[in-house]
Design a protein around this ligand. Structure first.
Ligand code: KG4
Length: 334
């Protein structure tokens, strides 16, 4: 059985093919970073236009590299939401059309389920249940996963997503979009304790996040330094900001694991490719006796393989699909 996964929820057009044992036969992705970088963030209208241009070549390339054709595909798994409506519609409508023409079963996949399960694309993966921290440009959420199709939302951001905070801080420091990789690179030569930026813990025992205060604290720091005519120490600002964000992400994830009495922890989403987050999470998990599973960076960011994998399991549970199904912008995993 071959599954084609299609992902177009934000600014990456991606497709992948998995075989019956969920081995990855191909994975293709085009990034729109070059398009959005001059605007300092993703422009939804441009994103959907780029998906329109890329979707056919990306899917064809994924099929070619897997050495197969559409006619041999047994299941089409496609991101249904959450994400940018215009972007989602491109992938979802294309998948429906392929399914209709080739009479291939289709399944709509929740993007968050893809991130939670992306660790199963690796040989080393956890048993259920596990706690998943999903951190990307659009979300920062903690889930409890009990099976391939059963997820409980334990906490989420009340304002900016972690990746959004990285992107906004990068923008105010004059760096291009996406900001996360630039901030983590700059932070390598900085001192994470140089500036004491706030950690937003919210109410006691809360697993929710808030990153907008941290972003404002960086802005205020930069303005104060400029008023004193002092040059900005960019590496120290990046390292101190990153340290504050990472500490909250790590401690809240460990709190969730303690509250749920769960030993396995998983990371997913673009921000989980951040080296400092991976390092601190590893150290803290080792201290707390927790087992940590992190996919390689290419599986952390948006990709078609995680959608194919989540789709196989979603389809096994429920194979109802109708062509009048629609995309959605907010996650349905609650
Ligand atoms: O999951 P993802 O590829 O998709 C979207 O949410 O669209 O995540 C992209 C996000 C961006 O906000 C980007 O700045 C962030 O992940 N990111 C990082 C790093 N690499 C990507 N954030 C912090 N450190 C990184 N090394």
């Amino acid at each position: 059985m071959l599954t084609l996964g299609i992902e177009s929820s934000c600014d990456d057009t991606a497709a992948a093919v998995l075989d019956q044992d969920c081995n990855l036969l191909s994975s293709v992705l085009t990034s729109q970073d070059q398009i959005h970088t001059r605007f300092g963030g993703v422009v939804p209208e441009l994103a959907s236009r780029c998906h329109l241009e890329s979707i056919v070549p990306v899917v064809n390339e994924a099929l070619n590299r897997a050495g197969t054709t559409l006619q041999k595909i047994d299941l089409i798994a496609v991101t249904q939401g959450p994400g940018l409506i215009g972007s989602l519609l491109v992938g979802f409508s294309y998948a429906k059309a392929l399914s209709f023409v080739n009479k291939t079963p289709c399944v709509g996949v929740d993007h968050m389920a893809g991130h939670i399960l992306s660790v199963f694309l690796e040989k080393k993966h956890p048993d259920f249940p596990f706690i998943a921290l999903v951190v990307s440009g659009g979300t920062s959420s903690i889930y409890r996963a009990d099976s391939f199709t059963s997820f409980t939302l334990l906490g989420r951001t009340r304002d900016d997503a972690a990746g959004e905070a990285f992107d906004k801080v990068a923008k105010l420091l004059g760096f291009p979009y996406p900001g996360g990789p630039v901030i983590s690179r700059e932070a390598e030569s900085g001192n994470g304790r140089a500036i004491q930026f706030p950690r937003s813990w919210l109410e006691k025992h809360s697993l929710d996040f808030s990153f907008s205060g941290l972003k404002t604290a960086v802005l205020n720091h930069c303005n104060r330094e400029k008023q004193k005519n002092k040059p900005l120490n960019i590496p120290d600002i990046c390292a101190s900001f990153q340290e504050a964000a990472v500490e909250v992400l790590v401690e809240k994830t460990l709190l969730a694991a303690a509250q749920q009495k769960i030993n396995n922890i998983v990371l997913g989403g673009g921000v989980s490719s951040n080296p400092r987050l991976r390092q601190v999470m590893k150290m803290r998990c080792a201290n707390e006796g927790k087992k940590l599973f992190i996919p390689r960076p290419a599986y952390c960011t948006d990709n078609g393989a995680m959608i194919a994998f989540a789709g196989i399991h979603a389809h096994r549970k429920n194979s109802d699909f109708s062509y009048d199904m629609d995309v959605y912008c907010r996650s349905v995993l609650t």
